[in-house]
Design a protein around this ligand. Structure first.
Ligand SMILES: Nc1ncnc2c1ncn2[C@@H]1O[C@H](COP(=O)(O)OP(=O)(O)OP(=O)(O)O)[C@@H](O)[C@H]1O
Ligand SMILES: [Mg+2]
Length: 363
């Protein structure tokens, strides 16, 4: 996977123009607030995702402009392809000249992995972000998993509405609740099984990457925190059914479901201790990097294609050996790295260096 050209007009602070990155490592350097992250954000939108900074579409359009237009030429699936994204009140998207109903349809055509300082929340914040990370990573591997997620969400919403109504009425039709429990338990089992499977595949790769990052000094492990033990699918559904029945009294008291895959969490430990509570800044940063790079490595193993890596401000808090390890691990991938001043480790790579100043990119 390689970006060969990016064009932009009316996007954030970028001056209208086009940019031809190198097929290997690209370093974008410059003072703060010059447009380095904006450039990565523009490329990232072609993965079909939302802005990795969580920005709304209206914030992407240049102040005073009516619309933003991005174009990208890239190599994927063994051929050159091109896509455009135009952002007005809504996005319009084309791929190889054909309109797509939404930019999400670009997913799977252009694949990338992004790391930005905002992703440290993956370790630091609550479990929701970790579940989202695992779910969306697994969706890239198995697109059918999107259906399992939707089914579960629907069943959960329905059971919650029933619980809320029962609470308000002060009575509950327990036979009807049994039915909701069965539906929810069946779809819950599919989610838990898929997440556990994905963790098994991610764990050895992430551990190896973390080991390399820490020069073999630290042990790293991930796990899936769920009340449900691994088993064949019908047994897992039976376990969820039990858990729902046990939680029933509490659920009726509060008016929503207190047990389920929406309470599961990804555990991350370094040297046997929870990274969230005990990890240093550098360790937490390395843990997120290990997870992200493992996700991309697994994707590469499955699809046979190297994703593009977007590393926003990654190097600043990492020591030289960690920087070296990353650059070695992603050898052969196309990489975009932003920084204020290229470090020695970066200068030593066969990288192409670009400066970004007031929205203008120069070689
Ligand atoms: N919609 C917009 N229209 C015009 N300018 C914008 C828009 N959104 C953001 N900017 C400007 O873009 C600049 C920030 O760009 P960016 O985040 O890419 O900086 P950076 O080079 O990555 O800096 P840092 O090193 O601090 O991370 C800010 O000055 C901001 O005001
Ligand atoms: Mg930035």
């Amino acid at each position: 996977m390689r970006v060969t050209e990016l064009s932009f007009e009316g996007f954030r602070n970028l001056h209208p123009g086009r940019w031809n990155p190198d097929g290997g490592v690209n370093i974008l350097y410059g003072d703060n607030a010059q447009g380095k992250t904006n450039l990565l954000e523009a490329c990232w939108l072609f993965t079909g995702g939302r802005s990795f900074r969580g920005a709304k579409d209206s914030e992407l359009v240049q102040f005073g402009a009516d619309y933003a237009k991005l174009g990208m030429t890239f190599e994927a699936g063994g051929r050159e392809q091109e896509a455009t994204i135009t952002i007005r009140q809504r996005r319009s998207v084309t791929l190889n000249g054909v309109s797509l109903p939404s930019s999400a349809k670009l997913a799977g055509t252009f694949c990338g992995v992004v790391f930005s300082p905002a992703h440290l929340s993956l370790i630091k914040d609550g479990p929701e972000g970790r579940r989202r990370f695992i779910d969306s990573a697994y969706c890239q591997l198995k697109p059918a998993y999107v259906g399992a997620l939707t089914d579960y969400q629907k069943a959960l919403t329905q059971r919650n509405a029933f619980l809320k109504q029962s609470k308000e009425l002060g009575r509950c039709d327990s036979e009807l609740l049994d039915l909701w429990d069965h539906t929810l338990a069946a779809s819950a089992a599919r989610l838990t099984a898929a997440r556990q499977r994905y963790i098994h595949r991610l764990q050895p790769i992430a551990a190896e990457i973390y080991n390399g990052l820490s020069s073999g000094r630290e042990d790293f492990a991930i796990g899936w925190d769920s009340p449900i033990a691994e088993a064949i699918l019908p047994e897992m559904a039976a376990q969820w059914l039990d858990a729902l029945r046990q939680a029933r009294r509490a659920d009726l008291a509060v008016g929503f479901s207190t047990a389920g895959p929406h309470r599961e969490d990804l555990t991350v430990t370094i040297q046997g201790q929870a990274a969230k509570a005990y990890g240093s800044q550098g360790q937490q940063r390395s843990a997120v990097l290990a997870l992200k790079l493992a996700e991309a490595t697994l994707l590469q193993e499955v699809t046979g294609e190297k994703p593009v890596a977007f590393l926003d401000d990654v190097m600043s808090e990492l020591d030289t050996s960690r920087q070296d390890y990353i650059l070695n691990h992603i050898e052969g991938w196309q990489v975009f790295i932003t920084c204020c001043e290229p470090s020695t480790a970066l200068k030593n790579t066969a990288a192409k260096v670009f400066s970004v100043k007031q929205g203008v990119i120069n070689e």
